[in-house]
Design a protein around this ligand. Structure first.
Ligand code: GLA
Length: 373
């Protein structure tokens, strides 16, 4: 990932939109989760890493309390969206992610003045690669510098998550904002989402990643993600624990007495937490085969126990798993569509990704996009 090229917002373009030059330009990457899915809102473990794709936020202060926003991807031509600080109102599409930032900052005790903001992103939307976290983190970084706000990167992640949980209304965990705010490109970040302790972990020697967007978009602000989260909370209360994090593999017997589908939901979360710990151990021991097997076991658990996959993703994962250069593959992110991540022998990722994408196109009729390499 030496060839990371950030999207560019030219000063001249910013000036055309807002009549002034940007004062601060910040960026934040999207992420791919290696393993540890649907564990973060259960107080568990996750192991995401940054992808080269990123969002760039350019800002300049403006007088008064007006905020004007332009998105290279989502605004038509030079048309600006606007709102006033204190008058934020949800229900305005992508603008909610910016309104949510000013609301969440205020709720956390940080005051900002009016500003003009231009964003550009090459993190694909709805692909399970955290385009929303990249937007929140890039804008928060820009505003932190512009208004000299005093908070650290963990606090930044918490504010970013509040944008979604408290304003947008998506009941997510904290993985995406944590990795986008704290990780460095090229390392995976082990996160204990209960304590927010983090540790960088490198891929086993001789391996690299492939990330492919299935072309089937996910929507987790509503529907299935919310249902799964509620199922976990119900299971935790029936088991008498604060969060499913508190159930270990040794306690699974008791969890299996829960009514269906809670028994399977718990089995996914509990075994997935253990797989994250096993994955960290495999990476530290340079055991590529063990890590690949954990990827594939995680996919089976998502498919069969957590039921957060869809047929097209299962097909894409199966094609990847059958590829001779691939050691393991799984659905990544919130699920119900989105992207897959695969572990590949070094040097083989471009060819393997092309083979898998082609096989999947032929078999499914969907249009995949190779995002890594
Ligand atoms: C989405 C959420 C995360 C996490 C994953 C599933 O990406 O934003 O908090 O719950 O789904 O692991």
């Amino acid at each position: 990932m030496n060839d990371v090229r950030l999207p560019v917002i030219a000063d001249a373009q910013f000036a055309r939109l807002f009549g002034t030059a940007p004062m601060v330009v910040s960026s934040a990457h999207g992420r791919v989760n290696l393993i540890g899915e649907h564990t973060d809102y259960n107080g568990g473990f996750v192991l995401p890493t940054l992808i080269p794709q990123a969002t760039v936020a350019a800002v300049a202060p403006s007088s008064g309390r007006r905020v004007r926003v332009w998105s290279r991807e989502l605004s038509a031509d030079a048309s600006l969206r606007a709102f006033h600080l204190g008058d934020e109102e949800a229900g305005q599409g992508w603008l909610d992610y910016v309104q949510g930032v000013t609301v969440a900052l205020r709720a956390a005790g940080f005051e900002v003045g009016g500003f003009d903001l231009a964003v550009a992103s090459d993190v694909p939307l709805g692909s399970g690669l955290s385009s929303s976290a990249a937007l929140e983190v890039s804008v928060l970084r820009a505003l932190r510098r512009l208004f000299d706000l005093d908070f650290d990167d963990v606090m930044l992640a918490k504010i970013g998550r509040a944008v979604e949980t408290d304003f947008v209304g998506a009941p997510i965990g904290i993985m995406d904002q944590m990795v986008s705010s704290l990780a460095s490109v090229g390392e995976a970040l082990f996160i204990d989402t209960r304590t927010l302790a983090t540790a960088p972990v490198a891929l086993p020697a001789g391996t690299e990643l492939v990330v492919i967007n299935s072309g089937v978009a996910h929507h987790h602000a509503h529907g299935d993600y919310r249902t799964r989260r509620a199922e976990c909370e119900r299971a935790a209360s029936m088991l008498g624990v604060v969060e499913l994090r508190d159930v270990g593999v040794a306690d699974l017997g008791r969890a299996q007495a829960l009514p269906s589908p809670l028994d399977r939901r718990v089995r996914h979360v509990v075994t997935e937490n253990q797989r994250v710990l096993d994955a960290v151990a495999a990476m530290r021991a340079n055991d590529a085969d063990a890590l690949g097997a954990l990827f594939s076991a995680s996919h089976a658990s998502q498919r069969d126990d957590y039921e957060c996959s869809v047929a097209a993703i299962d097909q894409l994962v199966a094609i990847a798993q059958a590829d001779p250069a691939i050691l393991g593959a799984r659905l990544t992110g919130g699920g119900f569509g989105g992207s897959i991540v695969a572990l590949v022998r070094t040097g083989e990722s471009p060819a393997a990704a092309a083979r898998v994408a082609e096989g999947y196109t032929r078999a499914s009729g969907h249009a995949p996009t190779v995002l890594v390499p």
